[in-house]
Design a protein around this ligand. Structure first.
Ligand code: NAD
Length: 358
């Protein structure tokens, strides 16, 4: 039976990069028998302009019905003056929480062809392949109470709540252990258990779940040390699992080790493997409309979708090999351009990947 993919282009370069990713999916459908169909809907600034809100009910309904979702990016200067409660980013947060997409998978992989782009020395990052598993629907970003209040003294005080229940920790830990089994069989759980009770519980629950995965090596690391180790010796890590806020920060740090924000995909999954797939970068308003955006992060997000939500690992590998081949052939968008390579547009990069699928 054919699977439905909801396409949410979003704002800025979103529509440009998503067009290229859809080209790749359509080629897999037409030439390789992938049974899929597409729906498309508005999210973010584009939805605000058309309907007054960043996540229209119609979009949420289609997202609930779809087997998987492909998102470009949301946001831009046009919508920054709006109140925080109706900004484009709320559309994204709304989708994550409404669909219960609690597991955020962010691989940081260094393509050997792009080794020179990393800010670290080549020998420190050559062969880098880390999977960061970030809890996405709990922790301090969602905890209540939160706000800014006025104290009796008249001074204002900001407050947020870091909260995790055992079941939330249990399910994200299991995702990390499952993924580790398919990779290097090592999980490093990152917390701040020496200071925060919430992460003391985190460490206790992760350790208990680890007993169900005796074939996976479990280590624990405090988040400050993890940040340091990521830039000191990143290749020591296989899978890292951590809280929403720590994962937000560490995954950006790990992404930059690969030197190329335009290359990195991500997946956000629920407990049945349904997911939303998107590049880790934003809507890049500075280059929107110039045709220079790198579509590879979005195309590689499609590969993650095929692997994690559509059970089509061979199709995923076909895309990943095609991207490899295109890089081997010296094609580069502006963000990853270097001496001796051939600079191509967003559109031409998408076409090159489609050609390399065969
Ligand atoms: P950004 O990731 O959009 O851009 C940072 C820099 O990287 C820019 O110089 C941009 O040109 C470049 N860049 C990003 N993606 C690229 C690509 N595919 N190819 C080539 N270059 C690329 O981050 P920002 O500038 O901080 O944010 C811009 C807007 O995006 C803001 O409104 C922000 O809120 C939003 N944002 C959205 C998401 C999302 O939708 N998931 C994530 C982050 C930021």
């Amino acid at each position: 039976m054919s699977k439905t993919i909801l396409i949410l282009p979003g704002d800025g370069i979103g529509p440009e990069i998503v067009t290229e990713a859809v080209k790749v999916l359509a080629a897999l459908r037409d030439d390789f028998g992938l049974a899929i169909e597409f729906d498309e809907a508005l999210v973010g600034g584009a939805a605000i302009d058309a309907t007054g809100g960043p996540l229209p009910d119609a979009t949420l309904d289609l997202a609930r019905q779809a087997d998987a979702i492909l998102l470009g990016a949301v946001g831009g200067p046009k919508w920054e003056p709006l109140d925080i409660s109706i900004r484009p980013e709320k559309g994204l947060l709304g989708l994550r929480s409404e669909l219960n997409l609690f597991a955020n998978l962010r691989p940081a992989i260094l393509y050997p062809q792009l080794a020179g782009a990393s800010s670290l020395k080549a020998d420190l990052v050559a062969g880098l392949d880390i999977m960061i598993v970030r809890e996405l629907t709990g922790g301090i970003y969602f905890g209540q109470p939160r706000g800014i209040r006025e104290l009796d003294s008249g001074e204002r005080q900001g407050f947020n709540t870091l909260v995790y229940s055992e079941s939330e920790i249990d399910r994200i830990a299991r995702v990390a252990f499952d993924i580790a089994r398919k990779r290097g069989s090592r999980v490093c759980s990152v917390d701040k258990a020496n200071v925060l009770e919430t992460t003391e519980l985190w460490r206790e629950v992760v350790t208990a779940i680890g007993a169900d995965f005796p074939d996976v090596e479990l280590t624990h690391m405090y988040v400050d040390n993890a940040a340091m180790q990521l830039v000191k010796w990143p290749k020591q890590f296989d899978v890292m699992v951590t809280t929403n806020m720590f994962g937000d920060i560490l995954s950006d740090c790990a992404a930059m080790l690969t030197g190329s924000i335009g290359m990195l995909p991500s997946a956000s999954l629920d407990d049945r493997g349904k997911g939303m797939y998107e590049p880790i970068h934003g809507s890049a308003p500075d280059i929107a409309g110039t045709g220079t955006a790198n579509p590879l992060a979005t195309i590689l997000s499609v590969a993650m979708m095929l692997r994690y939500s559509l059970d089509e690992a061979a199709m995923a590998e076909r895309i990943e090999s095609a991207v490899d081949r295109v890089l081997d052939n010296g094609l580069r968008t502006a963000d990853i351009m270097s001496d001796g390579m051939t600079e191509v547009s967003c559109d031409a990069m998408g076409d090159a990947v489609v050609s390399a699928l065969s």
